[in-house]
Design a protein around this ligand. Structure first.
Ligand code: PBG
Length: 298
């Protein structure tokens, strides 16, 4: 149970608990509702959460993402004040904050400007850490993002804030429901210039190696189920905690077959999550975290 991380989508407002159509039983919560939810899962032994902000303000540069009073920053402050023991991880990315929906800053030719983007990612990570995040999780797959985040945290006296890098993040077809939840679909093109080609495994190892050199404390493979070989290879090649992200499409796929009555949800989920563990994951990020602890006999 202590391996699980529960992801949450957080929105402005009060008493908001908004269902996400393509992700049954997952909601967008306002901070007050999120706090109740987090208190409940913490009582049930979930020790960590991963926060995604769904902001009301977007612009070309995603400038709301590092605002001191941004939705994630406020949520982190509230949760860490009320429940200091829970580990709060924040997703560090731009796609929910930019009008174009890409994970970075665009140049004149509408290509991602890697180096401008990592400056912004560093500001986001710093603002999350200053709000009280225990771990920041850069997910935009820019080169050098871990080093620039490590540098800015250290310069600001935040050396104990850890980095969980989305190191081997594939350009996957399994992210669709998440993009509905986070309102983060690219408005043109795709993410193939920064996320990895799913044909490749050696590239994943190079990405992981690079992130470790830059100072990552935890490396992640994402998605999980179609990438068990990658999880295993990372686990065998490096001596560092490995996280696996059991992503939205993996969740929704099972929910859909279960709704049709074709397969049994509980048994499927226990088998899937066990396979991710068996492959070598030390940490499993899953939308089932809240539910599965009730299924597992402790
Ligand atoms: C943001 C981000 C994405 C996910 C996590 N962080 C979406 C994407 O890259 O398009 C996907 C998570 C999921 O599908 O559950 N860059």
């Amino acid at each position: 149970v202590s391996d699980f991380v529960m992801p949450y989508f957080v929105v402005e407002g009060k008493k908001v608990k908004q269902p996400i159509k393509s992700m049954p039983e997952i909601f967008r919560f306002s901070i007050d509702e999120l706090l109740k939810e987090v208190e409940e899962i913490y009582k049930n032994d979930i020790v960590a959460i991963l926060l995604f902000g769904v902001p009301t303000k977007k612009d070309e540069f995603g400038s709301e993402s590092y605002s001191e009073n941004g939705i994630v920053q406020k949520a982190v402050r509230t949760i860490k004040k009320e429940l200091p023991e829970i580990i709060v991880i924040t997703d560090v990315c731009l796609c929910s904050y930019t009008t174009h929906g890409h994970c970075g800053i665009l140049n004149k030719n509408k290509e991602i400007d890697n180096d401008k983007t990592i400056e912004v990612l560093s500001k986001i990570a710093l603002s999350h850490a200053q709000a009280g995040a225990d771990i920041v999780a850069p997910s935009s797959m820019m080169d050098g993002q871990v080093k620039s985040i490590r540098d800015i945290l250290d310069e600001n006296g935040l050396k104990d804030v850890a980095i969980m890098s989305y190191s081997a993040k594939y350009a996957s077809n399994f992210y669709g429901p998440f993009r509905e939840a986070a309102d983060s679909s690219p408005k043109f093109g795709d993410r193939k210039s920064y996320q990895m080609n799913y044909c490749n495994i050696k590239e994943a190892l190079r990405e992981v190696e690079q992130d470790i050199k830059e100072g990552a404390d935890i490396v992640m493979v994402k998605p999980a189920l179609a990438y068990l070989d990658v999880i295993r290879a990372v686990k065998e090649n490096f001596n560092i905690p490995v996280a696996a992200y059991n992503v939205s499409g993996e969740y929704s796929m099972v929910k859909a077959v279960a709704e049709k009555g074709w397969l049994d949800e509980k048994n499927l989920v226990l088998e899937i999550l066990t396979s991710i563990k068996r492959a070598g994951a030390d940490i499993i990020i899953t939308y089932w975290a809240k539910q599965v602890v009730k299924w597992i006999e402790i």
